[in-house]
Design a protein around this ligand. Structure first.
Ligand SMILES: [Zn+2]
Length: 253
């Protein structure tokens, strides 16, 4: 397991922005030797559609963090900047990212905490970002148990949009799709998990369900397979983001 350094992520993001957009520090996690900033990047402020893209809520899933760095470094927002305001949370769990652990340094799985009354700072940070709803919420994950890509989709509205399938069709050219009919105990159709429990019936909420309850129109949790090389996983997530942006404003109400 390579040692990962959160400072180098922040340095890369600052360099990539070069006066484009804004980088906000919305809090810190105190550490023994240094504090870890909780950072948010906003590009295209005030544009008609709003997208939230986040990575690194699980510290042992680095492809999401890498994807957001690559997205900024390659300025992949450029083609979409007329329509979209981008909010990016490059690394929600910086202490877990550095130690390569799913949980934060207090051994809490942050993505199980969104229904709790008292939450860790990292979750408070995400909740503050979700005070205003987004048209699209993309949460970048990895699943060590999965042989292929898959996603969870939750939409407001009576009919599920085709966006999840569109994303998987695009990703399939880069990264195999998990073919199982049951993934994590949920019915799956060629990588698409849309038959999810009702939020009020759930004991705990991940960030995606909180985002949905906050009024985000379309919420996706995207999972790569860490069995594949990092560059493939990053390319797959980048392709998913691109497909979501291409479809997401067309069929936004
Ligand atoms: Zn995860």
């Amino acid at each position: 397991m390579p040692t990962r350094n959160f400072n180098s992520v922040v340095t890369r993001i600052k360099a990539s922005l070069n006066r484009v957009g804004e980088l906000n520090e919305l809090g810190t996690i105190p550490g023994e030797e240094k504090d870890y900033p909780l950072i948010q990047v906003v590009i295209g402020k005030g544009n008609p559609h709003r997208i939230l893209i986040s990575g690194g809520i699980h510290g042992d899933e680095p492809a999401g963090v890498e994807t957001i760095c690559a997205f900024l470094e390659n300025k992949l927002y450029k083609n979409f900047i007329k329509n979209w305001e981008f909010t990016l949370l490059p690394c929600i769990n910086p202490t877990g990212f550095e130690t390569g652990t799913r949980n934060n340094r207090d051994d809490i799985d942050l993505n199980r905490m969104f229904r709790e009354a008292k939450v860790p700072r990292e979750v408070e940070f995400v909740k503050s970002v979700l005070e205003q709803p987004y048209d699209l919420d993309l949460e970048l994950h990895e699943d060590v148990d999965s042989p292929g890509y898959y996603l969870y989709q939750k939409d407001h509205g009576p009919v599920l949009s085709s966006l999840g399938r569109d994303i998987l069709n695009e990703v399939a050219a880069i990264h195999p799709i998990n073919p199982a009919e049951d993934i994590e105990g949920i019915e799956a159709d060629r990588g698409l998990l849309s038959r999810l429990s009702e939020p009020d019936e759930m004991e705990w909420w991940p960030m995606a369900i909180y985002a949905f309850k906050q009024g985000c129109s379309r919420v996706f949790t995207l999972e790569t397979s860490p069995a594949l090389p990092m560059d493939i996983r990053v390319k797959a997530h980048l392709k998913a983001i691109q497909a979501a942006l291409e479809g997401g404003s067309v069929n936004s109400q």
